[in-house]
Design a binder for this molecule. Structure first.
Ligand SMILES: Cc1cc2nc3c(=O)[nH]c(=O)nc-3n(C[C@H](O)[C@H](O)[C@H](O)COP(=O)(O)OP(=O)(O)OC[C@H]3O[C@@H](n4cnc5c(N)ncnc54)[C@H](O)[C@@H]3O)c2cc1C
Length: 457
């Protein structure tokens, strides 16, 4: 990299290119700040994990055209407390929930189109609203608005250093095409995600298992800025070894496969490891979200791989997938295609079929299949090879209610604000609620942008 250029000064530097960064940049610009947004990805891959999202969670006391019924503050907070088992900062959680009440109109004012739930295209939900055209359309709309209101946007631009003195960020260094540029900003919003795409960092927390993880989203969220902050004394929050990991098709891309690689048919068959042995009750959880529980289980399997085996009846119940399942007319042929021991697979299936009772549960089988158990007898047989797909880790930096980054010694960084997944663990220390990722990014991004603009005045 060639030497740093002389510093240029702006009001608010926004680091990142997903929903948190875009909401921060637009909010700051609308308050009159001179804003620059730097996105590490090229423009064709802009938008981070936000471009893979499809819905967001919102509090509402009455129905709106984009969300039916009601979902009040107490219900939202109750859901959050339940999934996090209390690992949530209640002040920030309430701030998030109350902020979510106005985020749908705000996003729409900024060009984002929502899906009409009466169209029946998406699952019925009173807790979440869906983006028309998905996360990519949402991100594209926010980029168009950001450009229209005068945010200066740079792609292929990675923040590689922050100059911190006396808990104040005086400058940031941006690397672009091998050239370093030093930017002085009155305030900085860090909205550059967590660290889930840095396999070396994942190895520190997950050991060799990290090598078997599929990264579901963008390869650009490597946590470089998060590391810089922690080294500068920012207070960590959450646990890097806790993560949202789901079952994905092992044949999908190693990174950035997005939502379409999820495997959601586990209750319709049995799951075996690479030794053709079952290892968990496939009927324990028949909810649509069951795939999120299987990611961590598959991560514990030898080689981080497992196989969902179905017969024709199970396959008929499964939703269509991006890649069709591997099919065979006999179990032996299927074992061959999966490179599993045919005798072991046959023995596992035989024991399972023999244990199924008319109640829909197995008897005297370890592990059991407690619900929805049916003998797998009807060819053709079908299988999905599955791997653990990492969405994000529950780790980041602590912030206060103005989104200012806190330090380990109990103080706060004067002009550095954080929003989105880089600080999500303040509220989501564990577990997950559908649609919470974008809500965290949009609500806290908007707030961080407004705070940063006010600070820079
Ligand atoms: C497959 C998938 C499906 C999902 N579906 C949903 C859903 O339906 N609903 C939901 O609520 N959530 C969903 N999520 C989670 C959600 O996408 C995220 O929680 C949220 O969008 C994160 O927003 P963010 O802006 O914080 O981070 P991101 O959108 O990931 O953006 C981070 C940005 O920072 C940039 N960046 C990183 N480092 C630097 C640097 N040093 N310099 C400059 N730029 C940098 C990256 O290029 C990227 O653009 C999904 C995630 C995945 C992976």
């Amino acid at each position: 990299m060639t030497g740093a250029s002389p510093a240029t000064t702006i009001d608010v530097l926004v680091v990142g290119g997903g929903s948190a960064a875009l909401c921060a940049a637009i909010a700051a610009r609308r308050l009159g700040a001179k804003v620059r947004l730097v996105e590490q990805a090229p423009s064709s891959l802009r938008g981070g994990n936000s471009r893979h999202a499809r819905n967001f969670r919102l509090m509402h006391d009455e129905a709106h055209w984009y969300v039916p019924d009601s979902y009040g503050e107490a219900a939202f907070l109750g859901d959050l407390r339940r999934v996090t088992a209390g690992a949530t900062d209640e002040v920030l959680a309430r701030l998030l929930i109350r902020g979510s009440a106005s985020i749908a109109p705000w996003l729409q004012e900024n060009g984002v189109a929502l899906q009409d739930p009466r169209s029946g295209v998406m699952p019925h939900s009173k807790r979440t609203a869906f983006f028309l055209g998905g996360g990519k359309a949402m991100v594209n709309a926010l980029y168009a608005t950001a450009a229209a209101v005068g945010v200066e946007i740079g792609y292929d631009s990675e923040v590689v250093a922050l100059h911190l003195d006396d808990e104040h960020c005086s400058k940031a260094v941006i690397a672009r095409a091998g050239i370093a540029e030093t930017v002085a900003a009155k305030s900085v919003v860090l909205a550059c995600g967590g660290h889930q795409a840095d396999r070396a960092w994942l190895r520190e927390s997950f050991g060799d298992v990290a090598d078997g993880l599929v990264i579901r989203g963008t390869p650009y969220v490597t946590g470089r800025v998060l590391r810089l902050l922690l080294e500068a004394g920012a207070k960590p929050v959450g646990d890097p070894a806790q993560a949202h990991i789901v079952a994905v098709d092992a044949r999908g891309p190693a990174v950035d496969g997005g939502i379409v690689t999820r495997i959601t048919a586990i209750p319709y068959g049995i799951v075996v490891d690479r030794n053709a042995q079952r290892f968990h009750d496939e009927g324990e959880d028949a909810r649509k979200t069951h795939y999120a529980r299987w990611g961590a289980r598959i991560a514990q399997c030898d080689g981080q791989i497992a196989y969902l085996i179905m017969d024709a009846a199970g396959r008929a119940r499964a939703l269509p997938t991006a890649l069709p399942p591997i099919e065979a007319d006999s179990l032996n042929e299927l074992a061959g295609k999966l490179e599993l021991d045919a005798a072991a697979l046959s023995a596992t299936l035989g024991a399972f079929n023999a244990a199924v009772r008319s109640t829909g549960a197995t008897e005297a089988l370890v592990p059991p299949k407690s619900h929805g158990a049916k003998p797998l007898t009807e060819p053709p047989f079908a299988a999905y090879p599955m791997r653990p797909g990492l969405t994000f880790t529950h780790f980041g930096v602590a912030v206060d209610e103005r989104m200012r980054v806190q330090t380990k010694d109990g103080d706060r960084l004067d002009n550095i604000f954080a929003a989105g997944m880089i600080m999500a663990a303040n509220v989501l220390g564990r577990g997950y609620l559908a649609g919470l990722g974008v809500t965290l990014s949009a609500v806290f991004g908007r707030l961080a942008g407004e705070e940063a603009a006010r600070h820079g005045r």
